[in-house]
Design a protein around this ligand. Structure first.
Ligand code: BGC
Length: 737
């Protein structure tokens, strides 16, 4: 029977004091046990893990969500281990638990922190109700490479947008009190630079100079921690020669030192053991020491800590104070989560939102994630009242599982409403002519084309759902070729020939190269994997019941050869001034070496992306005018206001996401050509105009300079405002010292 070392006591009820009281009674093995996270999936976890849990050698479990099984494991920890310390139950709750919301990259298209917070909150409620208390999210890795499968799980390429949305996710998971009903501890990941893997290959090495690290990759982590994230996960990556899981500069100097983070640091899956594979550590004992000394507290799956730390402490190779600090952080988190008082999660039993509430939120989130990228001659919206019949074609039109996307271990596909179902509900079954044409997105068998062409022939317009199945993106699912797979382009050709308007809906976990698609369609909606309610949300947009407002959180490359491409690039000494794209066959043999200017571009793809960061159309049009600044000069400590007038110049109400960018044109380190510094949603009626104001302070102008000090450097600043990162309205001011 467990000793009640942690019984509630008014003297020790602050989480850390409570944790200290438990720690004081622990053996070295029990301390190391708290650091050990094991996989509890598969048959009979209680039989397999029970003895170790009972001996205090396991602190946390992952990948078990069956409430009864979890209760069984917890019972062993609480009743059979010497000190009765409860287990911490973890799971990747990434974009929903049972109810699946759009992929994080889709949610990021909303630029709406309130919505992102709500989705995380709902997911936390569902997960906590089944016994999970710790999620490995948000992932705030800056992602500039569409080949990288995990771009799906990212919040895009921009440090500010990822910071704002990552912080919102943390707030959603954690609420104000980690012990409150329906709450999960967040774990921001993967620290740091994981998204910069060479060639867009998952797990590959990253080489990130300090300037880029501090100014591009780290800010979203800092923002998530400022929002209260209880924990952080290391990256699998080798960063500048030192794998992140053994990287004392990242974990010690920056995270613990400069940022003063005192929460839990966990390794990624076996990433302590992988220090050997990377070539950093000689053996498991060395890996354990290196990870612990670098600043890792918990070991996910490698067993290095439990197997080696107690012995190393006894041998004097690792200080006991280090082991104490590691275990204390884990125990403090457990105490803060209320686990000592309520190990079986009674508090959370009724915490899940109702199915209806979760479904409505999933529909709202999906609508806000759909980006309208092309709409020629007002092809959309379709007037459902006037239409006799619509053709619905394509391998993604009726895929309840695939539309959920990657990282949906607990996703309930029976909650999915596909585009087919939603369209039939909206129009009636006999007004929808459905023909998938291809079995999967990768099929090359064209035998279904005939039926699709017939369906198109008898309809007023064609909706064609194309893309990639969920399995083509996500962890370890990177692609070197990011074109539409299979015979999907040929399908578009066949549909085109019918002469009917063709609306493409692309459901994918990454930006695909779209040029050949765009040529063949009248309108294009980028839907990502929009989750359970993808279908109704698409119908809302296609029918005009919802006017799309989403904007891209990543630049879309024209071709894979342009990668990495991002809006916040450097100017270079030879910036291109005008876009110039050539067919290399047209280049004369023997032409002068300098014939095409001498600037930073590709002959055959220019330098601009297919679609810029921040881009997204609406069914109405927004005009921008009169960008003015409240002053031409700003002193440190002042607030400068940039105002811009936005007019809804179209004929229907719509929401615009107004964006503000700056550039510091001369600084101790070269700065990006543009940086997002603010964004606001405004809803305008047809013909309505409004002035939108952005306040800029010294903080918005600051960056980590050549001396690594974060400060604004005096001098001129450019400002632009508009509807995407190519915004043309410009103003300038000077920051005085
Ligand atoms: C991933 C992490 C994830 C962990 C646990 C790893 O492979 O990189 O993001 O949290 O597995 O599932």
């Amino acid at each position: 029977m467990a000793d009640a070392a942690h019984a509630a006591d008014p003297q020790t009820d602050a989480p850390q004091r409570r944790a200290e009281a438990v720690l004081a009674r622990m053996t070295l093995e029990e301390k190391a046990g708290q650091l050990h996270t094991v996989d509890a999936s598969g048959p009979d976890p209680a039989g397999r893990l029970g003895p170790e849990i009972a001996s205090g050698r396991i602190g946390a479990v992952i990948n078990q969500v069956d409430p009864q099984t979890l209760r069984g494991l917890q019972r062993i920890a609480v009743e059979e281990s010497r000190l009765g310390v409860p287990l911490l139950v973890s799971r990747d709750v990434i974009h929903g638990f049972n109810t699946i919301f759009p992929l994080p990259i889709g949610q990021a298209c909303s630029w709406n922190p309130d919505l992102v917070r709500d989705c995380a909150r709902a997911a936390a409620g569902e997960a906590a109700a089944s016994g999970v208390r710790w999620t490995f999210a948000p992932m705030v890795d800056i992602a500039r490479d569409a080949r990288w499968g995990r771009i799906a799980e990212s919040l895009g390429e921009d440090p500010l947008l990822a910071s704002v949305l990552g912080a919102a996710m943390v707030e959603g998971f954690q609420g104000d009190d980690l012990a409150a009903p329906g709450t999960l501890a967040a774990c921001v990941k993967h620290f740091a630079g994981y998204g910069a893997s060479e060639g867009g290959r998952d797990y590959d090495a990253t080489n990130i100079p300090d300037n880029e690290l501090r100014n591009t990759y780290l800010p979203p982590f800092k923002a998530a921690l400022n929002a209260g994230a209880a924990s952080i996960m290391t990256s699998f990556g080798d960063i500048d020669g030192v794998p992140a899981t053994g990287n004392g500069y990242l974990l010690g100097d920056i995270l613990r030192g400069e940022w003063d983070f005192d929460g839990v640091v966990i390794s990624d899956w076996d990433s302590i053991g992988q220090l050997i594979t990377h070539g950093l550590s000689e053996d498991m004992a060395a890996a354990a020491r290196e990870a612990a000394e670098a600043g890792v507290d918990m070991d996910m799956m490698s067993s290095a800590f439990i197997e080696h730390l107690p012995e190393m402490v006894r041998a004097g190779a690792v200080d006991e104070s280090r082991l104490d600090a590691m275990a204390l952080r884990v125990l403090t988190l457990k105490a803060a989560l209320g686990l000592f008082d309520d190990p079986y999660g009674k508090t959370h039993e009724g915490a899940a939102p109702t199915r209806e509430a979760a479904r409505d939120l999933a529909r709202r989130a999906a609508r806000e994630s759909l980006v309208l990228l092309k709409n020629d001659a007002g092809a959309l919206p379709l007037d459902f009242g006037a239409i006799d019949r619509l053709a619905l074609v394509g391998p993604m039109a009726d895929q309840p599982y695939e539309q959920m996307g990657t990282w949906v271990f607990d996703g309930d596909e029976t909650r999915s409403v596909t585009p087919l179902k939603a369209l039939q509900d909206a129009l009636g079954e006999d007004r929808v002519a459905f023909a998938p044409a291809l079995e999967t997105t990768r099929s090359r068998d064209r035998s279904g084309f005939k039926a699709a062409v017939e369906a198109a022939g008898m309809s007023d317009a064609v909706l064609v759902c194309l893309g990639e199945e969920a399995i083509l993106s996500g962890e370890a699912h990177c692609r070197a070729d990011i074109t539409l797979p299979g015979a999907q382009l040929e399908l578009l050709d066949a549909l085109r020939e019918t002469g009917k308007p063709v609306v493409a809906i692309i459901m994918a976990g990454r930006p695909l190269t779209l040029a050949p698609v765009l040529e063949r369609v009248d309108a294009l909606i980028y839907a990502w994997h929009a989750g359970n309610m993808a279908g109704p949300a698409l119908v809302d947009v296609v029918s005009g019941a919802f006017n799309p407002a989403a904007k891209l959180p990543v630049s879309f490359p024209r071709s894979v050869g342009q990668i990495p491409i991002h809006y916040n690039r450097k100017n270079t000494g030879r910036p291109p001034v005008a876009e110039q794209i050539m067919h290399i066959d047209d280049i004369e043999v023997g032409a002068s070496q300098t014939s095409f200017g001498m600037s930073a571009f590709h002959l055959d793809d220019g330098y601009t992306p297919q679609f810029p960061f921040g881009f997204g159309l609406s069914y109405t049009r927004f005009d921008y005018s009169d960008l003015t600044l409240s002053a031409d000069e700003m002193n440190r400590g002042d607030t400068l206001t940039a105002s811009v007038t936005v007019t809804n110049a179209g004929d229907r109400e719509g929401t615009e996401i107004v964006q503000l960018y700056i550039r510091d044109p001369a600084a101790s380190l070269t700065r990006p050509v543009r940086e997002l510094k603010g964004f606001q949603h405004i809803m305008l009626k047809a013909g309505e105009r409004r002035t939108v104001r952005f306040d800029l302070t010294e903080r918005d102008l600051a960056f980590s300079g050549r001396d690594r000090r974060v400060r604004a450097e005096a001098g001129a600043f450019d400002v632009w405002a508009g509807g995407d990162s190519t915004a043309a309205l410009h103003a300038r001011f000077v920051l005085r010292d």
